[in-house]
Design a binder for this molecule. Structure first.
Ligand code: CA
Length: 217
């Protein structure tokens, strides 16, 4: 399920966005200031962030320096209609922006477009000598094709998209298996171990004590 983080301090707007995105089938988390947004990004993985510019504590522009290394697409929500603010947002790495007030249909269209663009532009992922083609869902190490099961492939993508970040077993479970994690780590451990062995990444996907795993590259 596509997860969207909404960072917006005006609760009426935040609620309106959340209700409509949920209706459209997205999983939505709302936070109301910049610090809470940074905390949310530490705790879970998101596919897209809707980011208000004017926020208490840490504003949207400042938050971009935190978001950029995570490679999560961002749509700025701005009350300011000035061209310089839009340019600043885009220059900082935002994928798009919406000027408030906006129609819900426009919001949904932009969310869809950014998500589609994002998945499309990263069809070939390369990490050292490993190449992942997300179009054909094939994995090669150098010239050698590696056969992964569907879950192992999804796990690999999760690690590659979150390089050098410790992923909690709980997060891994929720992202790959989709249900609620009940504390049984064997499923996650088994799949991670098999996947990294097939790829030869026993030294790269490391166990993080009491947390889970991290891809170190
Ligand atoms: Ca605001």
């Amino acid at each position: 399920m596509t997860k969207i983080l909404v960072v917006e301090d005006e609760t009426a707007i935040s609620n309106l966005i959340a209700v409509n995105l949920r209706k459209a089938g997205y999983q939505v988390t709302c936070v109301y200031d910049g610090m809470a947004a940074a905390d949310a990004l530490d705790e879970a993985l998101y596919d897209l962030i809707l980011l208000d510019v004017m926020l208490p504590r840490v504003d949207g522009y400042e938050l971009m320096s935190y978001i950029t290394p995570l490679e999560i697409p961002v749509i700025f929500l701005t009350a300011k209609a000035s061209v310089s603010d839009r340019v600043k947002g885009l220059r900082l790495g935002a994928d798009d922006y919406l000027t408030k007030p906006f129609e819900i249909i426009e919001l949904l269209a932009r969310v869809e477009t950014v998500l589609r663009r994002y998945h499309k532009t990263e069809s070939i992922l390369t990490v050292e000598d490993l190449t992942i083609d997300t179009g054909s869902r094939t994995v090669r190490r150098g010239e050698k094709a590696i056969n992964l099961t569907k879950k192992e492939y999804e796990l690999l993508l999760l690690f590659v998209r979150n390089k050098n970040i410790a992923l909690y077993r709980e997060t891994i479970y929720e992202r790959i298996w989709g249900g609620e994690y009940m504390g049984d780590s064997r499923t996650v451990d088994l799949h991670v171990q098999r996947m990294r062995k097939k790829i030869g990444w026993e030294q790269k996907i490391v166990t993080v004590y009491k947390v889970g795993y991290r891809l170190e590259v």
